[in-house]
Design a binder for this molecule. Sequence first.
Ligand code: HEC
Length: 101
Amino acid sequence: MMETDLRVLALIGYCLIASHSTAEQLSPQMIAMACRGCHISSSTQLMAVIEGQPKNLLINKLLDYKYGRINNTMMQRITLGYSDQELDALADYLSRQTLQP
Ligand code: HEC
């Protein structure tokens, strides 16, 4: 009985560790949801359009914001929350999205 309990606990522990390590890099789809509060995916928006822009333009902008080469407090705070790899994957993802009418 006791032994079974320990095995169950060990299994739960393993699952927690395994799920934690796979969650470290956020998916571009997930990150993009945080962008759409401001950059609404619609041609009627007033904010800059981020979907369907060339990937290298997007990644350069995002890294410029992150490292303060473009001065924008809001975008700097946001981009500082993600690794360069996550931003690269995000730029790649966004460049392949189409703008909703
Ligand atoms: C709190 C609002 C807000 C959120 C959330 C936000 N942005 Fe921005 N973003 C701005 C503002 C403000 C600017 C500068 C004004 C502009 O260019 O429209 C900007 C500018 C940009 C630009 C430059 C546009 C250009 O053509 O010069 C890009 C690219 C961009 N954001 C991408 C993103 C991405 C990707 C995310 C999600 C990780 C994001 N933004 C989240 C507010 C936001």
